[in-house]
Every structure is written in structure tokens, then in C-alpha cells.
Design a protein around this ligand. Structure first.
Ligand code: HEC
Ligand code: HEC
Ligand code: HEC
Ligand code: HEC
Ligand code: HEC
Ligand code: HEC
Length: 361
């Protein structure tokens, strides 16, 4: 008897027993023959659930990206612990960022007990559907930056780098000095846009511009992929580019800048090196001049790298905020060469105007 037939007949017998309730059940029949093996299972179609192998496979991506990330500042910076507090968790911890994305605001974010550094799950929707769709970014789409420019919203819309600027942007300075306005009281030595003003500078929309030379509105380094052009370009091993996102690596004892993102435009590496040396010297020179002026004005404490609390002329405070911004940006001009030079030049001129010439010049 075929197995299926036997099952049907057993149901039939059971039905009769229940319907009539007559007499005892007969002895169990003999076991049927073994069924056939059945069709081979579906190995998992891309786009369906349990397609683990779309990511967990023998490609180099998961292994290489994980290795690059694990040597990055995102993994090793350690500030998820230090900045595990209200006002900081949304950018510094994995949990805080995802809560910020879910709630659409940083107003009411809890402080995690086990703060995690930024990782795969912070930027990608890993293990939400267990399909390749989980590689989607957690904060896609254009971003409205926190800080306005001339009273208007500033939009960043540069492909997958939209993910970066949710964190790498200026914080609001409030209250802020007004140009030619009343004297300004600095009550916190940490006044400033914080450590990551990159997005605002790439766009050339930083709030404390001073009059003087016109600020260039075009930036040759503001591309359609934004930050990724230079920071996620072809990597150097695990040390720079790709998912490390840093631009410096050690090559047999020499600190070397990753140029794989630059050479798509700067095809002559000798010319590029010359331009780079000149720009760095120029920006570092201007920063040093402005710093000396700010020390003379007694608004900046070089020992702590922070402002001095006290009351200052509004324009001197603005010049300090510009100094702080360019210093924290750390690109030495690269994020927006022309703009950053003008920002510094006009701040230096404003300090001269306020009675603080560059010492020795
Ligand atoms: C969208 C790509 C993707 C898919 C699909 C995916 N994973 Fe993962 N999985 C990851 C990533 C990324 C990590 C973290 C790797 C790392 O930290 O280096 C990970 C980590 C893991 C880990 C290590 C422990 C952990 O949770 O961090 C296990 C186990 C795992 N996955 C199992 C699975 C299983 C089982 C499936 C299918 C049901 C699956 N994954 C589907 C990307 C994926
Ligand atoms: C969730 C917030 C967040 C996102 C999203 C984010 N970053 Fe970061 N990034 C940080 C924080 C915080 C640090 C410093 C980590 C620390 O010190 O613990 C950092 C550090 C870095 C550094 C290293 C700086 C150094 O000191 O060497 C680079 C480069 C960087 N990020 C680039 C990027 C790029 C490019 C993206 C987008 C692909 C990105 N980041 C996305 C928050 C973020
Ligand atoms: C809008 C996002 C954002 C917020 C809010 C934020 N940070 Fe950061 N912070 C960053 C990013 C991005 C970096 C990495 C910049 C870099 O390495 O160039 C950073 C870097 C730092 C660093 C490392 C600086 C260094 O020079 O190595 C410290 C320390 C820090 N933040 C502390 C804090 C604290 C404390 C708070 C809260 C009072 C806070 N941050 C709030 C985005 C943020
Ligand atoms: C700071 C944010 C950030 C972190 C952390 C991060 N990624 Fe990514 N990842 C990105 C961005 C942005 C892209 C898009 C790059 C591009 O467009 O060139 C990307 C692309 C990818 C891709 C290719 C996606 C595709 O659709 O082909 C994979 C795979 C990937 N990441 C895996 C990982 C893994 C694994 C980790 C953890 C080890 C990780 N990522 C951590 C931001 C991040
Ligand atoms: C044109 C290429 C380019 C673009 C675009 C770019 N960067 Fe950079 N960035 C650099 C270079 C080069 C440096 C290092 C300069 C130096 O140390 O002299 C740097 C420095 C940094 C640093 C300081 C730490 C480090 O790695 O040295 C951070 C953080 C950073 N960039 C983030 C970003 C973010 C976020 C964006 C997008 C908003 C961005 N960058 C856009 C080239 C670029
Ligand atoms: C999207 C194309 C593009 C990319 C990518 C790019 N540059 Fe440029 N860069 C330009 C253009 C255009 C100029 C302006 C014309 C010139 O001076 O060659 C420029 C100017 C410069 C200057 C001179 C700026 C000045 O005013 O003194 C330096 C230095 C420089 N780039 C370095 C870099 C470095 C380093 C990288 C990679 C980290 C890079 N560039 C990536 C297009 C690019």
C-alpha cells in the first residue's frame, strides 16, 4: 500500500470509530514502505528570507571590510565610553545613533549601559530582514544640517555620504556672537562647533564668515559622492580608505596619505604633491598667525587648546570660532581649499582691525 493511501484509510477508520462508537479498535497495521526522498530544497533565492549566503559567502567583502573597520577610528577611538551622555550619544554610540534615527530627534535619547562604538549595524540594517536588502544604510537620503546659513536651511545630498554627515557636521553654537554686535560672554571653554565641522566646510556654508574677501561658492572637492570620494576610495590594506575611512597609513615607517581618491582628478602625482605641500603650508601658516593673534587677545589658551571664559568683542569671538572650526576640521584646507583660506584671511584681518596685529608681522 502506498503511504498516502494508508494514511487516508486510517483517517477513514478513525472517522468510523468516532461516528459510531462501536466495538474496540483493531490491531495496528504493518508499517508502510519508505517514502521517496522528495525534491531538493531551495538553496535560497536572492531577495527572499534566510538568504544568509548573500552576505556570508566566500567573497572578500565581509572579511576585508570587517578588518578595515576594526582598525578604524570608528572601532578603536574609544569615545563611545567617554561621550556616553545626553547630548553626545546620538553621534558617539551605536545605540544612541539608531535611537536618534528611529525617533527623528536627539531630544530624548537614552544613555546605553553597554555603549558600543560605530559598527556595521550602525550604518547598515544588518540582520533586520536577513536578506541582502539589509546592506541598505540606516540614514539614507538628503540631510538637513543642524546649523543654518544666513538664516536658511542647509541641505547635504551627496549619495551614500549622506550617512556620514548625520554625525560629521557642526553643532549649533547658542548663544552666538553677532558681527559688530555687543560684547560676547564666553561661559564655556569648549565653545565652538565641536570636532566634526566637515560637512559645513565642504559645502562652504559655515555660519561665522566675516566680511572682507568674498568666500568662493564653488569647491572643486565637493563631489556627488561627498566624503566617500576620498575617505572610502580604494583602500590601502586595512589601514586607510574603504571601510577604514581614514586617509593616513604607515608605509614602512613613513606616514603616507592615501591618494587613490585624488588621482581620479589629479592625474599627475608630482603636480598633486606640489599643490598639497603649498596648500598645507599656506593653511598651517594662516592658522598659526590667527592663533598668535588670539593668544595676544587672551581669548585662547594654547596649553588646553580651548577658549578662555570671559567677555570679548563680538568680532574677536567670531575670529576665535573660525580658528576653532578650521583646527577641528583637520583637513588642512583640503575639504574646501579656497573657502578655508578666505575664512582664515578674513578672521586675521578682523583681529588686526580689533587691535591685534599678527605678532612679529
Ligand atoms: C546583509 C548581509 C547579511 C545577511 C543577509 C546576513 N548577515 Fe549575518 N552578519 C552580517 C554582518 C555584516 C555581520 C557582522 C560582521 C562583523 O561584525 O564583522 C554578521 C554577523 C553574523 C554573525 C556573527 C554574530 C553576530 O550577530 O554578530 C552570525 C552568527 C550571523 N551573522 C548569522 C547570520 C545568519 C544565520 C543569517 C541568515 C539567517 C545572516 N547572518 C544573514 C551580514 C549579514
Ligand atoms: C554615528 C555617527 C557617525 C557616522 C554615521 C559616521 N561617523 Fe565617522 N566618526 C564618528 C565618530 C564619533 C568618530 C570618532 C570615534 C571615536 O573617537 O571614538 C568618527 C571618526 C571618523 C574618522 C576618523 C577621524 C580620526 O580621528 O582619524 C573618519 C575619517 C570618519 N569618521 C569618516 C566618516 C565617514 C567617511 C563616514 C561616512 C561613510 C562616517 N565617518 C560616518 C561618527 C560617525
Ligand atoms: C553631531 C554629532 C556629535 C555630537 C552631538 C558629539 N560629537 Fe563628539 N565627535 C563627533 C565626531 C564625528 C567626531 C570625530 C571627529 C574627528 O575625529 O575628526 C567626534 C570627536 C569627539 C572626540 C575626539 C576628539 C579628538 O580630538 O580626538 C571627543 C573627545 C568627543 N567627540 C566628545 C564629545 C562629547 C563629550 C560630546 C557631548 C558633549 C560630543 N562629543 C558630542 C560627533 C559628535
Ligand atoms: C560609518 C558607516 C559605515 C560602517 C560602520 C560600515 N559601513 Fe559598510 N558601507 C557604508 C557606506 C557609506 C557604503 C557605501 C559605499 C559606496 O557607496 O561606495 C557601504 C558599503 C558596504 C558594502 C557594499 C554594499 C553594496 O550594496 O554593495 C558592504 C558589503 C558593507 N558596506 C559591509 C559592511 C560591514 C561588513 C561593516 C562592518 C565591518 C560595515 N559595512 C560598516 C558605511 C558603513
Ligand atoms: C577631496 C577629498 C576629501 C573629501 C571630499 C573629504 N575629505 Fe576628509 N580629509 C581629506 C584629507 C586628505 C584629510 C587629511 C588632511 C591632512 O591630514 O592633512 C581629511 C581629513 C578628515 C578628517 C580628520 C581625520 C583624518 O582622517 O585625518 C575627518 C574626520 C574627515 N576628513 C572627514 C570627512 C567627511 C565627513 C567628509 C564629508 C563631509 C570629508 N572628510 C570629505 C580628504 C577629503
Ligand atoms: C573631483 C575631482 C577632484 C578630486 C577627487 C580631488 N581634487 Fe584636488 N582639486 C581639484 C580641482 C579641479 C582643483 C582646482 C584646480 C587645481 O588647482 O588643480 C583642485 C585643487 C587641489 C589643491 C590646490 C588647492 C589650493 O587652492 O591650493 C590641492 C592641494 C588638492 N586639490 C589636493 C587634493 C587631494 C590631496 C585630493 C585627494 C585627497 C584631491 N585633491 C582630490 C579636483 C579634485
Amino acid at each position: 500500500m502506498k503511504k498516502s493511501l494508508k494514511i487516508i484509510s486510517m483517517f477513514f477508520v478513525a472517522g468510523m470509530v468516532m461516528a459510531s462508537c462501536e466495538g474496540p479498535m483493531g490491531p495496528a497495521g504493518a508499517d508502510g514502505a519508505k517514502g521517496d526522498k522528495g525534491d531538493k530544497g531551495d538553496p535560497g533565492t536572492p531577495g527572499t528570507t534566510l538568504a544568509c549566503a548573500e552576505c556570508h559567502n566566500n567573497d572578500d567583502e565581509l572579511v576585508a571590510f570587517s578588518a578595515q573597520w576594526s582598525e578604524s577610528q570608528h572601532a578603536t577611538g574609544g569615545n563611545a565610553a567617554y561621550a556616553n551622555r545626553t547630548g553626545c550619544v546620538q553621534c558617539h554610540t551605536h545605540q544612541g545613533f539608531l535611537e536618534y534615527v528611529a525617533e527623528g530627534s536627539a531630544a530624548d535619547i537614552s544613555v546605553p549601559v553597554n555603549p558600543m562604538q560605530i559598527n556595521c549595524y550602525t550604518c547598515h540594517k544588518i540582520h533586520q530582514t536577513y536578506t541582502a536588502a539589509d546592506l541598505a544604510l540606516t540614514k539614507p537620503g538628503q540631510q538637513t544640517l543642524d546649523v543654518k546659513y544666513n538664516g536658511a536651511d542647509v541641505i547635504w545630498n551627496k549619495g551614500n555620504s549622506n550617512q556620514c554627515v548625520a554625525c560629521h557636521q557642526e553643532r549649533v553654537v547658542s548663544p552666538a556672537p553677532v558681527y559688530d554686535g555687543p560684547d560676547f560672554a564666553i561661559t564655556s571653554a569648549r565653545i565652538g562647533p565641536h570636532h566634526a565641522p566637515m560637512a559645513n566646510l565642504v559645502l562652504g556654508k559655515h555660519p561665522f564668515e566675516l566680511p572682507g574677501t568674498a568666500h568662493p561658492t564653488a569647491n572643486p572637492h565637493s563631489t556627488a559622492s561627498g566624503c566617500l570620494t576620498c575617505h572610502m576610495s580604494t583602500p590601502y590594506g586595512y589601514q586607510a580608505g574603504g571601510h577604514n575611512m581614514g586617509v593616513w597609513y604607515d608605509s614602512h615607517g613613513t606616514e603616507t596619505m592615501l591618494m587613490t581618491g585624488c588621482t581620479t582628478c589629479h592625474t599627475n602625482s608630482t603636480t598633486l604633491a606640489t599643490l598639497l605641500t603649498a596648500l598645507r603650508a599656506d593653511v598651517e601658516g594662516k592658522l598659526a598667525d590667527l592663533e598668535a593673534q588670539l593668544i595676544a587677545a587672551d581669548i585662547y589658551n594654547p596649553a588646553t587648546g580651548l577658549a578662555k571664559t570671559g567677555t570679548y568683542k563680538a568680532n574677536v569671538t567670531l575670529a576665535y570660532l573660525n580658528y576653532n572650526t578650521v583646527k577641528e576640521d583637520r583637513s588642512k584646507g583640503i575639504h574646501n581649499p579656497g573657502y578655508i583660506k578666505v575664512l582664515l584671511d578674513n578672521s586675521i584681518a578682523e583681529m588686526v582691525e580689533a587691535g591685534f596685529p599678527v605678532p612679529g608681522k
